[in-house]
Design a protein around this ligand. Structure first.
Ligand code: PEP
Length: 250
């Protein structure tokens, strides 16, 4: 039985003044340990949040990681640094990184590998554009994004990773994939990986992301292959985020 995982992607939001009350309210909720719960603030707040989360059931994740180990890469943050400040997870290949910053499948795969080399659990985001869905190319695109990582790191690496299916047209738009649309792609991802290793595919947590809210989380999380969510906007409000966590608990 796979555990449910709910991860909050705070994106480029927050401040020290906002983050304190938000994390305090999250930590005050009961039974947090019954799901895997992760918050992913901007880099500059990681160390302070790591202190706030010490000993708590909520884990810390970053939103991005440099592909290189160290050196003259101005502005980059390495996997070792993320580990050093207390991260356990890191999002790689978010569609905003792919779309706005030109990260291609090969770079995303290198970031996935860099994260794992330092013992971080990558949350690998995959997903199609609206035009690609409308052209019936969703499986092709998602399959290509997955294969790029398998090609570099091997199927075994998925035993230490999470996949998030995030249709680009649903992120921050208020337009959510229907539970059936999500389940279809999640089942495809699991099947694609099962062709390589059935056990790894069966154990893999596959999250759905894209306008998940308290009001639609439950139905999405009831789908057989939906193991939780990657939550953007709704993760910035403690009450909303905690309702989503409660929905994951079932
Ligand atoms: C995200 O940032 O990964 C995301 C899914 O955002 P939102 O929930 O706001 O659509």
């Amino acid at each position: 039985m796979r555990r449910k995982l709910v991860a909050g992607n705070w994106k480029m939001h927050g401040s020290r003044a906002d983050n304190g009350p938000l994390i305090e309210a999250i930590l005050a909720a009961p039974n947090l340990e019954t799901v895997d719960c992760v918050v992913c603030p901007p880099f500059v707040y990681l160390a302070e949040l790591a202190r706030a989360l010490r000993g708590a059931a909520v884990k810390l994740g970053a939103q991005n990681v440099g592909a290189e180990a160290q050196g003259a890469y101005t502005g980059e943050v390495s996997a070792a640094m993320l580990k050093d400040v207390g991260c356990q997870y890191v999002i790689v290949g978010h569609s905003e990184r792919r779309g706005l910053y030109g990260e291609d499948d090969v770079l995303v795969a290198r970031k996935f590998a860099a994260a794992q080399s330092r013992g971080l659990l990558p949350i690998l985001c995959v997903g199609e554009l609206l035009a690609e869905r409308e052209a019936g190319r969703t499986h092709e695109l998602v399959g290509r994004q997955l294969e790029a990582v398998v090609a570099l790191t091997g199927i075994g690496s998925f035993a230490r990773a999470v996949v998030a299916y995030e249709p680009v047209w649903a992120i921050g738009t208020g337009r959510t994939a229907s539970p059936q649309q999500a389940q279809d792609v999640h089942a495809f991802i699991r099947q694609r990986l099962a062709e390589r290793d059935a056990k790894i595919a069966a154990d893999l947590q596959i999250l759905y992301g894209g306008s998940v809210k308290a009001g639609n989380a439950r139905e999405l999380f009831l789908q057989a292959d939906v193991d939780g969510g990657l939550i953007g906007g709704a993760s910035l409000k403690a009450e909303e985020f905690l309702s989503i966590v409660a929905a994951a608990r079932g």
